[in-house]
Design a protein around this ligand. Sequence first.
Ligand code: FES
Ligand SMILES: [Fe+2]
Length: 351
Amino acid sequence: MTEIPRDQWYVAAYSSEIGHELFARTICGEPILFWRTRGGPVTAVPDRCVHRRFPLSQAPSRLVDDQVVCGYHGFTYASDGKCVAVPGQSRIPRTARLLPYPLVEQDSFVWVFIGDPAKADASAIPRAPYLDSPDYATVAGMEPLRARFSLLVDNLLDLSHETYLHGGYIGTAEVAATPITTEVDDEAGIVYVSRHMDDTECPPFYARSTGLRGRITRWQDIEYTPPCLYILHSRVAPVGSVPNPDGTDPDAFHVEVVYAITPETENSTHDFWAVARDFALEDQEVSTFLAESNRTVVLQDVAALDVLERVIATEPDGYQELSINIDTGGLAARRMLQRMARAPQAASTPS
Ligand code: FES
Ligand SMILES: [Fe+2]
């Protein structure tokens, strides 16, 4: 089993989810309270009053200007976590303080650092620039998963399951039939898995969104930066089309499928997904279709992984699963995650 790596950045929310009101979400087992301050930045502090543990996200706790007032006995905290008022006395205990989480808003995500705040290095956060780029149109969502995060990592690193679990959406026979190549960049902390199908059926997800008819070239290039960020660079084009030597690729349609894999607890996960495309940017119908279609695909995975979590809960200790070639990406990711869980930060911030 892979433990949750600490001293790492995780996506806690989309920026658009957090406004000037109390917002709670558990990340890596830690209940966190968020709100967007009047000045603009989002603040994140433990969602637990230092007095008697009442959740500060829970009514009648409330936000007054940029201070949160505990709904139990009225301890009041500023946005930096400092307690500014307690009932019945003017002296505020020195330890009455919520330790804020390091937080960065980037690429439409709110990232928080789980672990020792002194180790937080914002430059280590992996990028997904497509999500708020004017050159892409993006649809996005988040589905709760009642399964451990490593099951979602396995799932996303091995797309052969598209053929079976996602037939009629993104799966065709050629996905499972085409071998993959796997590369691991230990220094950068990235796992790459590629599958290039040069003459393949076009699944409905791409036929309807791009207008391509007949057979296509379909490339899937995965870039996973453990623990949290996964990007599938998807390229579909007429059969025979390849990018120009200078990198331009005018005949192809590009879709960046981004997942943020954030553990909620040891056995549940926030499954953030986004689909960014570089075509039909203004076409609302295409946006609606891709949003509905991808959400359906994500829910097919969620249903399967929820079952796996229940299966794991009842299996005997020492049960051995069997791996084959399609699993090389997932196994490489597991090794990296296990190293991160053992040696915080060593795998993600090369110096
Ligand atoms: S529990 Fe918050 S003020 Fe008492
Ligand atoms: Fe899937």
